[in-house]
Design a protein around this ligand. Structure first.
Ligand code: PGA
Length: 264
């Protein structure tokens, strides 16, 4: 595509993704999803997505189809099929109506030693099969204190850029998730998030402006109804990836409302 714009612009529609992690059961999920459908179906400027553990994707499909809420998984295999015990492919996720998949969350890359290269393969594979990958990037506290957070996140992006080019980021999602902020109650400040979001978008814009313009960049890490208001008004923040608060209907609804109001 011809590149006519001179600077990257942010998408206007907000995106809020619930990452349930390894929580829930059939009964609790039914109650929570019922609440989400009741309170979040009428949002006009905010796309809401729920990412559950694999076994509940059929439940999500049955309770969320014909609503405005989309669903997805928290990981995907890097192959299409084969002798890979315990893995779930992008084709299987699509079979259950998934539109999104979280890739490279630090809780996985740390505990299961996922390399940046592995994450890059999953990202491209998910996209190839029609899923929107949500790529998680972020630095540790030690890296932030050492001032090398941009270098760290840049390297995580380079794993994809160097093998597949920057164009692959078009119509995908990156979630900036400082590891020190995940599950700690200590969210990044709007200034810290803004600065990293600009770094990410500019890095991609310098290589492919169209891809940067068609990319959503979320913030994740201890988002709650209070800090969501301050974070989502930041122009470079397109929404959030929400862990703990997505397990509580009222708090998650307030976070989605904060997104809606900031986009309106
Ligand atoms: P948290 O999780 O909201 O519980 O901090 C965020 C995440 O894991 O992305």
């Amino acid at each position: 595509m011809t590149q006519t714009n001179s600077s990257a612009k942010k998408p206007t529609q907000k995106l809020v993704v619930a990452n349930w992690k390894m929580h829930g059961n059939l009964q609790q999920n039914a109650v929570l999803l019922g609440n989400f459908v009741k309170h979040l179906s009428s949002l006009k400027h905010t796309q809401v997505v729920v990412c559950s553990p694999y076994p509940y994707l059929a439940q999500l499909q049955s309770l969320l189809q014909n609503t405005h809420i989309a669903w997805g998984a928290q990981n995907v295999a890097k192959s299409e099929f084969g002798a890979f015990t315990g893995e779930v492919s992008a084709l299987m996720l699509a079979d259950f109506g998934c539109k999104f998949v979280i890739i490279g969350h630090s809780e996985r890359s740390t505990a299961y030693c996922e390399s940046d290269e592995n994450i890059a393969t999953k990202f491209v594979h998910a996209k190839k099969h029609g899923l929107t990958p949500i790529l998680c990037v972020g630095e540790t506290l030690i890296e932030r204190e050492a001032g090398v957070m941009e270098m760290v996140v840049g390297k995580q992006l380079d794993a994809i850029i160097n093998t597949h080019g920057a164009a692959v980021f078009a119509n995908t999602v990156i979630s900036y998730e400082p590891i020190w902020a995940i599950g700690t109650g200590l969210a990044a400040t709007p200034e810290q998030a803004k600065s990293m979001h600009l770094f990410i978008r500019n890095k991609i814009a310098n290589l492919n402006l169209d891809a940067a313009n068609e990319l959503k960049i979320l913030y994740g890490g201890s988002v709650n109804p209070q800090n969501a208001v301050q974070l989502f008004v930041v122009e470079s923040i397109d929404g959030g990836l929400i862990g703990k608060c997505s397990l509580y209907a009222q708090e998650f609804a307030e976070i989605c409302l904060a997104a809606e109001q900031s986009a309106a």
